[in-house]
Design a protein around this ligand. Structure first.
Ligand code: NAD
Length: 321
C-alpha cells in the first residue's frame, strides 16, 4: 500500500466558497489544514462563518482570523506554521465591484499576494498554488490556451490578477518555489458565491423575483466546484513542474442554455434583459488540454447535473442565500 504523505497546507481564503470546499477535501485526505481568512464583508460574514462550521464537521483544522495585508502578522504566522504548501485563494473577487473600487483590488489581490509570497519564501514553503482567473484572457475568441493571456484585460479585477501572476513569477525565481498558477473558469455549485450569476438567479427565483440578465449572446465555461477542487488537489499531489494551467470545464454554456435549464426548475421564471455591463467579457472557453496532460485533470460533472445539485442545495439552505 502506498502511504499518503501528510502535508501541512495553508489555505488562504479558506472561509470562502472555493477555500471551504478545498479545506474539507484536504482534511478528508489526511492533510493538516491551516486556514487564514479575515472574513471580508464582500458578502455575508454569516455565510463565511457557516462555511467554517461546515468544514469542522469534516475534521479538525487550524484557523487564523488574519488580514494578509498585514505584512508583519502574515510573516509571523507563516514562520510559526512552516507549511509545506500554500493554496492562495484569498482575494477580492468579482468584476463589477472592481470597477467601483479598483484600489481595493490593488490591496487585496496584489499587495496581499506579495505578502503571502514573501512570507512563504521566508517560512521555507516549497509549493505555491495561486488562484488566478479566466478574466486574464480579456475579450478574445476561445478556446483560450494559457499563452493567450497577454495583459489585454478589461476590468480592474482582471488587471490585478494578471499583475499578481507576474509577482508569482518573480518570487518563484527568488525562492525556487514550485509555482502553479491555476486559472479558474466561473465556478458554481453548493455554497457558490451569492454575487455570481447562478447564485444570484437561483436566490431570486426561489423568492419568486424577476431575474436580470446582462448582455445578449454571452457564454461561460461554467465549472462545477468538485472539478475545481479536483484540479487543485492534483496540483498539490501529482509530481509536476511550475506552470500556468487552465482549470475549467472546456464546455462553454450560453446564457440561453442556462436560462432554459433554470426554467426546468422554475417554470414561472420572469426575465428582464439589459445591455452588458462594463468589464464583463462576452465569452469564456477553456482549453484544458495542458491540465489534462500534466495533471491527468478531467472535469467530471456536466452542467445539467451540476445545476441540479446547486438548485437542490439552494432550496435546502434558503436561509444562507
Ligand atoms: P470568496 O470571496 O468566496 O473567497 C475569498 C476569501 O478570501 C473570503 O473568505 C475572504 O474573506 C478572504 N480574503 C480576502 N482578502 C483577504 C485578506 N487580505 N486576508 C485574509 N482573507 C482574505 O471567493 P471564491 O469564489 O472562493 O474565490 C477564491 C479565489 O478564486 C479568488 O482568488 C478568486 O479571485 C479566484 N477565482 C474564483 C472564481 C469563481 O468563479 N469563484 C473564478 C476565477 C478565480
Amino acid at each position: 500500500m502506498t502511504e499518503v504523505l501528510r502535508l501541512k497546507i495553508i489555505v488562504t481564503g479558506g472561509a470562502g466558497f472555493i477555500g471551504s470546499h478545498l479545506a474539507k477535501n484536504l482534511i478528508q485526505e489526511g492533510h493538516e489544514v491551516y486556514i487564514i481568512d479575515c472574513l471580508h464583508p464582500y458578502y455575508s460574514i454569516e455565510r463565511k462563518r457557516k462555511h467554517l462550521t461546515n468544514i469542522e464537521s469534516h475534521g479538525a483544522f487550524h484557523y487564523s482570523d488574519l488580514n494578509l495585508l498585514n505584512q508583519d502578522e502574515t510573516m509571523a504566522e507563516f514562520i510559526r506554521i512552516r507549511p509545506d504548501a500554500i493554496v492562495h485563494l484569498a482575494a477580492l473577487p468579482g468584476v463589477a465591484y472592481s470597477i467601483e473600487k479598483p484600489l481595493e483590488y490593488v490591496d487585496f489581490d496584489i499587495k496581499a499576494t506579495i505578502n503571502v509570497l514573501e512570507a512563504a519564501g521566508k517560512a521555507g514553503a516549497s509549493k505555491i498554488v495561486f488562484a488566478s482567473s479566466s478574466s486574464v484572457y480579456g475579450n478574445q475568441e476561445g478556446p483560450f490556451t494559457e499563452e493567450m493571456a497577454v495583459g489585454k484585460v478589461i476590468s480592474p479585477y482582471a488587471a490585478s490578477k494578471f499583475s499578481a501572476e507576474s509577482f508569482c513569477h518573480v518570487y518563484e525565481d527568488l525562492y525556487g518555489f514550485q509555482m502553479n498558477i491555476l486559472r479558474f473558469f466561473t465556478v458554481y455549485g453548493p455554497w457558490g458565491r451569492p454575487d455570481m450569476a447562478i447564485g444570484k438567479f437561483i436566490k431570486q427565483l426561489i423568492r419568486g423575483e424577476e431575474i436580470t440578465v446582462f448582455g445578449e449572446g454571452r457564454a461561460r465555461d461554467f465549472t462545477y466546484i468538485e472539478d475545481i477542487i479536483h484540479g487543485i488537489y492534483l496540483t498539490l499531489t501529482v509530481q509536476t513542474n511550475s506552470d500556468i494551467l487552465n482549470i475549467g470545464s472546456g464546455r462553454p454554456i450560453t446564457m440561453d442554455t442556462l436560462l432554459q435549464e433554470l426554467k426546468q426548475h422554475f417554470p414561472d421564471m420572469k426575465i428582464n434583459k439589459e445591455t452588458s455591463r462594463t468589464g464583463d467579457v462576452l465569452k469564456t472557453w477553456a482549453d484544458i488540454s495542458k491540465a489534462k496532460r500534466q495533471l491527468g485533470y478531467e472535469p467530471k460533472v456536466d452542467f445539467k447535473k451540476g445545476l441540479d445539485e446547486t438548485v437542490k442545495w439552494a432550496k435546502e439552505n434558503e436561509v444562507f442565500l
